[in-house]
Design a protein around this ligand. Structure first.
Ligand code: NI
Length: 136
């Protein structure tokens, strides 16, 4: 029997989507407002979902306090109020799209969880646009 627990978190961050080798017009055609050369911010809403067996002794799939602290230390501290392109190493050469941010979050959290636990990351860039990644 497997149960999934979910923890929500939030961060504000700035980004710019662009390719260096494209001019501003081509970047705007592909990335729209997200290619603004002066950057812009989003209010990212994150849901971290962990699936596994219920531990017989604790009754937990994962200790929510540990999960909360892990998300805070690894994600919120690293991303909140940052310019993702400029200040976060993972995006130095990686476009900080919602898709890529979700993969980076997954890759930061997965090694910190017990191997047997499954992880899924859901990231809202806007209330209507969101992505999910579960390591496949
Ligand atoms: Ni954007």
């Amino acid at each position: 029997m497997k149960v999934t627990v979910h923890r929500k978190a939030h961060f504000n961050a700035a980004h710019r989507l662009y390719r260096k080798e494209w001019d501003d017009t081509q970047n705007e055609n592909i990335f729209g407002k997200c290619s603004n050369p002066n950057f812009h911010g989003h209010n990212y809403e994150l849901t971290v979902s962990v699936t596994g067996e219920i531990d017989k002794k604790t009754g937990f799939v994962v200790d929510m306090k540990i999960l909360k602290d892990l998300i805070y230390d690894e994600i919120e501290t690293a991303f909140d109020h940052k310019n993702l392109n400029v200040e976060v190493d993972e995006f130095k050469d990686l476009n900080p799209t919602a898709e890529n941010i979700a993969v980076v979050i997954y890759n930061k959290l997965k090694p910190k969880l017990e191997e047997k636990l499954e992880l899924e990351v859901t990231l809202y860039e806007t209330p209507r646009n969101f992505v999910t990644y579960k390591g496949e």
